[in-house]
Design a protein around this ligand. Structure first.
Ligand SMILES: [Zn+2]
Length: 322
């Protein structure tokens, strides 16, 4: 696993009162301590971890998302603590996802597991009725850091540093360690439930070359039912799916662990029918591209859930028709 942790803020100590609790504890510092402890837990369990900042420096929201994307992170987790003016009693956990609820189902999985981990670790006396929140509630186009994220992403607001008692807890490394452990357990449970992935296997480079005399070549593993008459030039896109579980070879690993009716393929936003096949070794998904598909680049979104209801990590693909 490659996990990019993004401690919020930094490089802002000279700004009077900026993101500080009632006695002046800085959010940027608590965010960084939590990120460093969380990194230690993750590295000890075998993950590759990158922090967007490991020091008290300024980075733009876009730069932070870019660090995760360029590195090829599987997950991008932003770590924050919350603030509210004039309501010192407020203190609860929220975890934020980008956009509309269906934008990237994988983001909701990540957010939910992080939230559960924080609930168990911090055990704040109050919970909010809907702890997973869309960033559209705060800003018209959402949070820049989540909007810019190209990989599975969520943003934690673990507790409120404007609550005087919570501020005093958040200045203590032991409390930051406890929060980091909660986030670690949340991530560990998420990974244990299997992280689904997909790759395009046909055409391997994602590039179709149109042929008008007969059907495009395909690998032998595609069913004979997919073989088309020589007069039709149909473009067939094929994916190999990974449920994130079978690779462990546990008892029953040959059984299907993908919920077939959660599979959805959209090309340029248009839903297309698909065929799903599991031979006990691998999962194959084939999609006929529409006959009227234009030459050029096209975007493909593939969604599915494994038996633990985890959605595919990175659902976007590019194909090209020539
Ligand atoms: Zn913040």
């Amino acid at each position: 696993m490659k996990i990019c942790l993004n401690p919020g803020h930094g490089g802002d100590a000279d700004q009077r009162g900026f993101k500080r609790g009632p006695t002046g504890v800085r959010e940027a510092e608590m965010n960084l301590r939590v990120a460093q402890y969380l990194r230690d837990f993750l590295v000890a369990s075998g993950a590759d971890v990158k922090l967007t900042r490991d020091d008290d420096v300024f980075l733009s929201y876009e730069q932070r998302a870019e660090i995760a994307g360029n590195w090829g992170a599987d997950l991008f987790v932003s770590l924050h603590h919350n603030a509210i003016d004039g309501k010192p009693e407020v203190n609860y956990t929220t975890v934020w996802y980008h956009g509309e609820v269906g934008y990237r189902p994988g983001n909701l999985d990540l957010a939910r597991f992080l939230c559960d981990g924080l609930y168990d670790a911090l055990a704040l006396p109050r919970i909010t009725d809907v702890p997973l929140k869309s960033d559209l509630l705060m800003r018209k186009t959402g949070f820049a850091v989540l909007r810019s994220a190209t990989v599975t992403a969520a943003l934690c607001e673990s507790s409120f540093f404007t609550n005087p008692e919570e501020e005093q807890r958040l200045r203590q490394p032991e409390y930051n360690l406890r929060e980091a452990h909660g986030l670690f357990i949340g991530l560990a449970k998420y990974v244990a439930a299997g992280l689904p992935r997909a790759v395009i296997v046909e055409p391997a480079d994602g590039v179709f070359v149109r042929r008008h005399d007969h059907a495009v070549d395909r690998g032998d593993w595609i069913d004979s039912e997919n073989t088309l008459s020589a007069s039709v030039s149909r473009l067939v896109l094929a994916f190999e799916l990974d449920d994130g579980l079978r690779c462990r070879k546990a008892w029953g690993h040959e059984r299907n662990m993908i919920i077939a009716n959660t599979i959805a393929v959209h090309v340029d936003g248009r839903a297309l029918p698909h065929r799903f096949k599991d031979d006990g070794q691998r999962y194959l998904l084939t999609v006929d591209l529409p006959d009227d598909i234009l030459s050029g680049d096209h975007s493909v979104e593939l969604q599915f859930q494994n038996m633990n209801k985890n959605s595919v990590l990175n659902p976007l693909f590019k194909i090209s028709v020539r």
